[in-house]
Design a protein around this ligand. Structure first.
Ligand SMILES: N[C@@H](CCC[C@H](N)C(=O)O)C(=O)O
Length: 290
């Protein structure tokens, strides 16, 4: 294969879609501009982000995790920027490893910039990920859309989230640009913003504007941040009761089930599918994307 050709697969988890680039030895050159071109929905393959599949030992950001996790999810947003974690991405990443015969049907560990995540695959069905602890931070922001404003809860899932409880998901507007939030200093590296409504007991629905990608049809880390923020708002704290708390989170692209355990660990379960495979001609993508 010439250096202008990149072998890829395409997959999604609750319609959060990714270009997957298998590159065990970390030899494919993927600057931000190449990632943005591959993720372009008109002139490229199209995706909310890109999953670069590299052996941990072969990547400088992951070498220190190589003893516990053979594979590193080098995650990029659609604009080419690097993010610490992607919840839907890690499920799709594990599904790719399973399909390639690089993971058994049981559990595996995946290295991410947000640390090592344990993943359980059940045949062709759902994938469960131990996402680690959510950090609920004191300093929140006020989010404003079309003249309406909400106080948003600041939650870190390794990556930053602002969770706003609203009366109607339509109040989030068209989400074509980053919703305004202040003070901006709370999120110096940008933020993923979730808008949430109640659907029933321990059942919510959300929309999200993702840092580096715009509105997406699902966000796994966002769903975890929302579930934990909703639990605290509802007076539920597994650390105090010793009982796990589970929320069902509906997103435009599907449903994720999030459980917070008494030790603080957050588990996410949802689907992950690979839908296509091919070779991208970077010379042509570059020419067409301009
Ligand atoms: N869609 C992802 C989150 C991807 C990273 C995010 N846009 C960021 O920059 O933090 C998910 O499923 O968690």
């Amino acid at each position: 294969m010439s250096t202008a050709q990149i072998a890829f697969l395409k997959g999604h988890g609750t319609e959060n879609d990714f270009v997957i680039v298998p590159d065990p030895d970390n030899t494919v050159d993927l600057p931000a501009s190449a990632v943005a071109r591959l993720c372009d929905r008109r002139a490229g393959i199209g995706g909310d982000g890109l999953l670069h599949v590299v052996r941990s030992a072969a990547h400088p950001d992951a070498r220190h995790m190589a003893d516990t996790a053979e594979w590193f999810m080098d995650y990029r947003n659609a604009d080419g920027s690097v993010a610490e974690m992607c919840g839907n991405g890690v499920r799709v990443f594990a599904r790719y490893l399973q399909r390639a015969g690089l993971a058994g049907d049981g559990g595996l560990a995946v290295a991410t910039r947000g640390g090592v995540k344990r993943v359980r695959l059940s045949g062709d069905g759902d994938v469960t990920v131990s996402m680690g602890r959510a950090a609920l931070l004191d300093e929140g922001v006020r989010v404003t859309v079309d003249g309406r404003a909400w106080d948003a809860r600041n939650v870190s899932m390794g990556n930053p989230h602002a969770v706003a409880f609203v009366d109607d998901l339509a109040h989030a507007g068209d989400l074509r640009s980053v919703p305004r939030f202040s003070p901006e200093s709370v999120y110096p590296d940008g933020v993923n913003i979730e808008f949430v409504v109640d659907r029933g007991p321990r059942h919510v629905a959300m929309r999200v504007h993702e840092r580096g990608s715009g509105e997406t049809r699902s966000c796994g880390t966002g769903a975890c941040a929302v579930a934990v923020a909703a639990a605290r708002r509802d007076g539920a704290d597994p650390a105090l009761t010793g009982e796990p708390v589970t929320y069902t989170v509906d997103l435009p692209g599907g449903t994720l089930v999030i459980t917070e355990h008494p030790d603080g660990a957050v588990e996410m379960t949802g689907p992950a599918v690979i839908v296509a495979e091919g070779v991208a001609d970077m010379d042509r993508i570059e020419t067409m994307a301009g």
